[in-house]
Structure formats: structure tokens, C-alpha cells
Design a binder for this molecule. Structure first.
Ligand code: GRF
Length: 218
């Protein structure tokens, strides 16, 4: 069975989606390790409840981003991770981690990339008067939130939406598309080829494959 490592910083609802997808057989993988950079991340309890090995590697214990990333790489190599999932992992990565895992490192970002890299994505979508918001699973490259998209879920903005109400609906979609992208990867359907993501050998458009929002993918 392929081995996943999942990196978190907080609540861990995306981690839970991976745990559930593995349990139901939608995702044919074992989660071999959960790493949090925060000792109090609730996601660590989710891993504990499911009997998944979990550790905290606290970024505050390291003098530089590179040294922190080197500690992550050591742990990932010790657990022989085939695919590394950034599920709400709120640290900027350096080439020390990105290079050895290039093409095997996925992130989810709560916007319709290439729109709104960075933080406060839902508020920025509301401020811009966007009709749609969403989330994007993408390969991680050296550019922050800039790696090629794999799959995207779009969520209509409703009248009276706040960043919180919008985030709640987007997060539900994240839970569908992230394990789906991982499963495609593990089946060999999705890959990073140079600077592009491909599905079944064809280049994926810059917005990612669009998942149907009223019919959760996977
Ligand atoms: C998600 O919205 C994800 O898109 C963002 O951080 C949030 C993580 O939530 N990067 P959770 O910890 O998985 O519940």
C-alpha cells in the first residue's frame, strides 16, 4: 500500500477527510505519519484517535527555515513517504524540503488559483465581488501557492456571505477534492511533468480540473 505523510498546523479537517477516505477505500493508501509544527494542533488528536503515528516538529525549535525543513525531511524519509500532503500546513517551505519531494508534494489552497495566493482568500474574493470562490489542489513548487493546479472545486458566493460562511462551504469541497487528487496521483494518472501537471498524460489547464460542486468528486 502506498504511504502518505500529512503535514498539519491546526484543526485537521482535511486530515480527517484523508483518514475517512482511506477507511472507506476511496483512497488506497496508508497514512504512515502525521506531522504538526504546532504542539497543540487538534489534528494530532485526530491522528491519535485513528492510531496513526504522529509527531510534532516545532518550527520554533529551529534557527532557520532550512533547518526546520531538514528535520521534516528526516522524518519523512524515516517513514518512507511516497506522497506528502500539506493539509493546512502554515509554514513557507524551502528547497531543502521541496527539492527531494518535487512532484510528490501537494497542497490545498482555499482560492481559485491563480487568484489569491497567500492569506485571507475568502475575504479577498468577497471584497472583489467575485461570484465564485473555491479551493485548489496543486503540486508544490518553490513559488508560494504557485505550483501547477491539479483539481479545483468552485463554490458560488451567496448573498450575505461572510468569509466564515464561505469558508465553511469551501472546506466541505476541499474534503472531496484533496483525497481525490491523491488517489489520481497514486494510480499514476496525475504527475508533475516539468512545470506542468498532467492527467492521463494531458496537460491540466491552469485552473486545474474542475470538480462538480453539487456532486462531490471521488
Ligand atoms: C484549509 O482551508 C486549507 O485550504 C488551508 O487551511 C485550512 C486547513 O483546515 N490551507 P484544516 O486544518 O484541514 O481543518
Amino acid at each position: 500500500m502506498p504511504r502518505l505523510a500529512i503535514l498539519i498546523s491546526g484543526h485537521g479537517s482535511n486530515l480527517q477527510a484523508f483518514i475517512d477516505a482511506c477507511a472507506s477505500g476511496k483512497l488506497l493508501a496508508n497514512i504512515s505519519l502525521v506531522i504538526s509544527n504546532k504542539p497543540d494542533a487538534a489534528g494530532l488528536q485526530r491522528a491519535a484517535r485513528s492510531g496513526i503515528p504522529h509527531i510534532c516538529i516545532n518550527h520554533k525549535d529551529y534557527a532557520s527555515r532550512e533547518q526546520f525543513d531538514a528535520a521534516l525531511v528526516n522524518a519523512l524519509q524515516a517513514h518512507d513517504a511516497d506522497l506528502v500532503i500539506l493539509a493546512g500546513f502554515m509554514r513557507i517551505l524551502t528547497p531543502v524540503l521541496i527539492e527531494p519531494y518535487l512532484g510528490r508534494l501537494m497542497n490545498i489552497h482555499p482560492s481559485l488559483l491563480p487568484k489569491y495566493p497567500g492569506l485571507r482568500t475568502h475575504q479577498r474574493a468577497l471584497d472583489a465581488g467575485d461570484k465564485e470562490a473555491g479551493a485548489t489542489v496543486h503540486f508544490v513548487t518553490a513559488e508560494l501557492d504557485g505550483g501547477p493546479p491539479i483539481v479545483q472545486a468552485r463554490v458560488p458566493v451567496a448573498q450575505g456571505d461572510t468569509a466564515k460562511s464561505l469558508a465553511e462551504r469551501v472546506t466541505m469541497q476541499e474534503h472531496a477534492i484533496f483525497p481525490l487528487a491523491a488517489q489520481w496521483f497514486l494510480e499514476g494518472r496525475v504527475a508533475l511533468r516539468g512545470t506542468k501537471a498532467t492527467l492521463d498524460g494531458a496537460v491540466i489547464p491552469a485552473t486545474g480540473i474542475v470538480a462538480e460542486t453539487d456532486c462531490p468528486a471521488g
